[in-house]
Design a protein around this ligand. Sequence first.
Ligand SMILES: [Zn+2]
Length: 121
Amino acid sequence: MTNPNTAHHTSVLTHPDWPTVAPYIRVEYYNRDGSARDPRFRLEVLTMPEDVAEVALKLEIGCPSCGRTIHPIRARALSKRSRAPHKRHYYLAVACPLDVSVACSRGYAARDEYLKIRAAL
Ligand SMILES: [Zn+2]
């Protein structure tokens, strides 16, 4: 499923840069009555030092669902603070963006990956 030529890592957890970025990832619950099957949490990225942000934004993994190369650390919508890249607000997503594939981020592979990351933090 995963093309080894385009996706070197199928999980951020095995990515060599993960230990650099992981201390800045925070689990944020937003709906405590979500079922176990549909965990209601986001992986938010805390404000990173500039050098960590640089590493984080270059990080690439394969989508656990389709294998497409993706950038798991993504910036939220631009804000006034967005001029300095390291001050932007980031989050971690393990699957393809919704505008690429809705199915990937809603699939079981992505859900399992989110749970694995949460367990590892
Ligand atoms: Zn995908």
